[in-house]
Design a protein around this ligand. Structure first.
Ligand SMILES: [Mn+2]
Length: 360
């Protein structure tokens, strides 16, 4: 059968000569003969079907490597590959739809669950309590508790500035209390953290008397059965599971690192002259990175987020006792605050208690 020139082949296949050249370069469809003198390219009529298939697969958005693989297969196997590709495309579209829905909610401040989240099998019952304590004149702790986001921040920086810092950071996190796709939990927390840091930087630039203010932050963000944790400073998160209490954050304090290095003992922490010194915080100045972690939630889990006004005053055994024995989250949070007050409450104290339950 006579070979077709590239012009004839282009007309017959409905593809441009340029496209044919590109397909050749990409190894998708090579001419059967290239004239060694003129460089003219010739195709066999039998290649028409393959050329049309390449064009279709390109229109489907299939990557080149996948097209090459489909072309090399007999039709039945090729059909299976196209089908597998479509499954991937639809999964990607669903993931994008969820991400888009989250971004719309995050930017607009409204929860627009367009994706119809069907993984809301776990929800939380939560309570938040905060107290100024018996010594301080201001409460520099800030907290937020919503259906998907829990956050505690302990501000510092002298005369009411700590309050401004902790409130600003909580405000920067608040838009996250929407449906966040689980695969975006840590990105979303990292983004909000950077935004919070930028907010403090802008505030200090606008009003230099605020310089030196900063805040800790410990927050949990839920998506279905997954939880993102962001943490910086000495506010804490605890997990109660299976009748045991685990501290799931590490304090970013000098005494914690001295303890880790074996230079002081656990008993010496409470009386160490620099026990308040933080190694990391959000202050808009130092670009300190937070700890970010993805965790699995289980029905029956309980979480406590608290400021250091709790653990610096109330012994761990007492915190454990309350968490294990008081079933109602609000009563448990109130019980913890009462223990801090009974201990003299030299600092502000804030507690969020959240129980993970199944169903809506
Ligand atoms: Mn404190």
């Amino acid at each position: 059968m006579a070979l077709l020139s590239s012009g004839e082949f282009a007309r017959a296949s409905g593809l441009s000569r340029k496209a044919l050249r590109v397909y050749d370069e990409l190894g998708l469809l090579a001419p059967v003969r290239v004239d060694p003198y003129s460089g003219y390219r010739f195709y066999a009529p039998a290649q028409l079907e393959q050329a049309r298939l390449v064009a279709w697969l390109r229109r489907l958005g299939m990557p080149l490597a996948a097209i090459r693989s489909v072309l090399a297969k007999p039709p039945a196997t090729a059909a299976e590959e196209v089908s597998a590709y479509m499954v991937r495309v639809e999964a990607q579209a669903a993931a994008r739809r969820k991400l888009g829905s989250f971004l719309i909610g995050y930017l607009s401040g409204r929860n627009t669950d367009m994706a119809g989240s069907n993984d809301a099998t776990l929800t939380i019952r939560y309570a938040v309590r905060s107290d100024i304590g018996l010594v301080r004149e201001d409460n520099e702790d800030s907290a937020y508790a919503g259906g998907r986001l829990l956050a505690v921040a302990d501000g510092m920086g002298g005369h009411a500035h700590g309050e401004i810092a902790s409130a600003a950071v909580i405000e920067a996190l608040r838009p996250l209390d929407v449906t966040v796709p689980s695969e975006e939990l840590l990105n979303a927390l990292d983004h909000a953290f950077r935004r919070a840091d930028g907010t403090l930087r802008d505030m200090v630039t606008a009003d230099p008397s605020l310089a030196g203010m900063g805040t800790t932050l410990t927050a949990l963000l839920w998506s279905g059965s997954e939880i993102g944790l962001v943490h910086i400073g000495d506010t804490r998160a605890y997990l109660v599971r299976g009748g045991e209490v685990f501290q799931i954050t590490r304090d970013h304090t000098l005494v914690q690192s001295l303890l880790d290095e074996g230079k002081i003992t656990a008993e010496e922490v409470a009386s160490h002259p620099k026990r308040m010194l933080l190694l990391r915080a959000i202050d808009g100045q130092h670009d300190h990175a937070p700890d970010l972690e993805l965790r699995q939630a289980r029905a029956g889990d309980r979480y406590l987020l608290s400021s250091d006004g709790l653990h610096a005053t109330v012994p761990a055994s007492e915190i454990t006792r309350v968490l294990l024995t008081i079933a109602d989250p609000d009563q448990a949070a109130a019980g913890l605050i009462q223990l801090a007050i009974a201990g003299g409450a030299p600092d502000n104290v804030t507690c969020i208690v959240a129980d993970v339950v199944s169903g809506e």
